[in-house]
Write a new protein. Structure first.
Length: 56
């Protein structure tokens, strides 16, 4: 149990560090606009995939 706790704390600390660095990059409107476009494309692709998906 202690090993799981230590590993979990290390992983979550890594996620927090990564998120703080990414957040610094996303302060400018230009980067936010590109991120919004990228996620928009992902949602459109996911919708297209779901439209083509057939239940058996």
């Amino acid at each position: 149990m202690a090993t799981l706790t230590v590993v979990d704390i290390a992983v979550m600390s890594g996620y927090a560090l990564f998120a703080s660095r990414v957040l610094r990059l996303l302060r400018e409107p230009r980067q936010i606009r590109w991120m919004n476009r990228g996620f928009g494309v992902l949602f459109v692709l996911a919708g297209g995939f779901l439209a083509l998906f057939r239940r058996t």
